[in-house]
Design a protein around this ligand. Structure first.
Ligand SMILES: COc1cc(COC(=O)c2cn[nH]c2)cc(-c2cccnc2)c1
Length: 245
């Protein structure tokens, strides 16, 4: 999978050289390219922003700069390959595991990192004429730019790309993955068996997998009911009382 990230702060994407994503890049599983948007800005100041029409606070990133950048980045694929353009923004649809899983099977993603108050709307309108475009929100808060959100999206997607995770089964049992039917993960333990007078639950130290699975399911239900009752409502709506089996 190829992932391009366009930003005025390339250094913000340095963590993509580290750990899971860094290893996957070096193993040739991911082709991640970071581009400095100012490459496509003109003039001595390489301006990428201007005042919003209609007034309002702050500045917006201009269409000509983004248009030139996306034209070059999205034209650099094999033959006539077309990427999916993802734009982190508070005005986007929520990032979910399901959406990340869908993107993990795409051959090519481009992430556009907004700064200031955002990007001239015509940039996405124009891009939609040539490629799929999705706006994605990490949550109901405002960041200073899309770079941190891009790191989240790249990591959430990359760990689902075949071969990237050493143990693919762990992705199956993520919270929110289909494998756990949308419940939060149960508390987990490892050695030592006793630590600061706290013991690992007895049931986990036995070998009975059916009993362990039941215990984990019960703890997941408890935890989900306590912190995410909305997920439980969705589960019951989907499966009825069988959700608690
Ligand atoms: C592309 O347009 C954007 C992008 C971003 C960066 O992303 C986030 O903040 C975010 C992504 N998920 N949740 C939050 C921020 C603004 C923005 C800034 C100030 C006022 N209003 C909007 C605009």
């Amino acid at each position: 999978m190829r992932i391009d990230v366009v930003t005025i702060f390339p250094g913000y994407l340095a963590p993509l050289d580290e750990a899971l994503v860094g290893r996957a890049r070096r193993a040739g599983l991911l082709d991640v390219r970071v581009h400095d948007l100012r490459r496509w800005a003109s003039g001595v100041h390489k301006a990428v922003d201007d005042a919003p029409y209609g007034g309002g606070p702050g500045m917006l990133m201009t269409a000509p700069v983004w248009g030139a950048a996306l034209d070059e980045v999205t034209a650099s694929g094999d033959d006539d390959a077309v990427p999916r353009l993802l734009v982190p923004t508070p005005a986007g649809a929520p990032l979910t595991q399901r959406r990340a899983a869908g993107w993990a099977s795409e051959p090519w993603l481009v992430l556009a990192c907004g700064r200031y108050e955002g990007i001239d709307a015509r940039v996405l309108d124009d891009a939609r004429r040539r490629m799929p475009v999705e706006e994605v929100s990490l949550g109901d808060y405002v960041l200073a730019g899309g770079e941190v959100a891009a790191l989240v999206v790249v990591e959430a997607v990359s760990r689902l790309v075949p071969g990237v995770l050493g143990n693919p089964a762990s992705a199956e049992l993520d919270s929110f993955a289909e494998g756990t039917a949308g419940l939060l993960e149960a508390p987990a333990y490892t050695r030592p068996e006793r630590w600061r007078d706290l013991d690992v639950p007895e049931v986990l130290r036995g070998g009975n997998h059916a009993v362990v699975d039941r215990w984990r399911r019960d703890r997941s239900l408890e935890r989900t009911a306590a912190v995410r009752p909305d997920l439980l409502d969705a589960l019951v709506a989907r499966h009825g009382a069988a959700a608690f089996d």
